[in-house]
Design a protein around this ligand. Structure first.
Ligand SMILES: [Fe+2]
Length: 205
């Protein structure tokens, strides 16, 4: 019995320790890694074309709806642009599940469920959308750097175009949040306090 538990422990320490055993198809160089990450962002962009419409349906601010609609259109173009990157580097177009984006999309749904419809949910949608944008900015930044090192100049140009679009989308969301939605959402806190106060006063009477 004791021997067995030791054996399990031994196995666990090998797989959960510092060094992870590489899969047979693991990247052997920067180009392989570049292609792998391209597959990841391709999956992520495609998933976003399905997730953003849900955010649009749940948003109430006209400004936010417009920004999300514009970003949905940009995202659809970005899917095509990633396909172009595969083409210019001579690789087959392929998607690989992006666990991070799957998680961020799931979190966006959770945020919508945990907020009252209106400005508060709008503020939540912006927070979720900006987390997505930051993941994309990091991904495209890395992809640009990899492509540069690999001398894939056409790919660099395409990736840079998307990177700038993501940065613009992020700034636009910050602007909307900070100029109106966050302030209006903060006012809702006051309303809630007032409501509670009225309830207490009514009870006292
Ligand atoms: Fe994107």
């Amino acid at each position: 019995m004791k021997k067995n538990s030791n054996a399990v422990k031994g196995t666990a320490s090998k797989s959960n320790g510092k060094t992870i055993k590489a899969k047979p198809d693991a990247a052997k160089g920067l180009r392989d890694l570049f292609v792998d990450e391209l597959k990841d962002i391709y999956w992520a962009e495609k998933a976003l074309t399905k997730a953003i419409p849900k955010m649009i349906k749940n948003a109430t601010s006209e400004e936010l709806v417009t920004a999300l609609e514009e970003h949905l259109e940009a995202t659809q173009q970005q899917v095509t642009r990633v396909e172009e990157v595969f083409e210019v580097i001579g690789e087959k177009v392929q998607a690989k599940k992006c666990e991070a984006m799957a998680g961020l999309i799931k979190e966006a749904e959770e945020i919508m469920e945990s907020t009252e419809e209106g400005v508060v949910r709008d503020a939540g949608i912006i927070s979720a959308a900006q987390k997505v944008e930051h993941y994309e900015i990091a991904s495209y930044g890395t992809l640009c750097a990899f492509a540069k090192t690999l001398g894939e100049d056409d790919a660099v140009a395409l990736l840079l175009e998307t990177l700038n679009e993501e940065k613009d989308a992020d700034s636009k969301l910050s602007e909307i949040a900070e100029s109106s939605i966050n302030i209006e959402a903060a006012d809702k806190d006051g309303e809630e306090e007032e409501e509670t106060e009225t309830m207490v006063n009514t009870k006292r009477k």
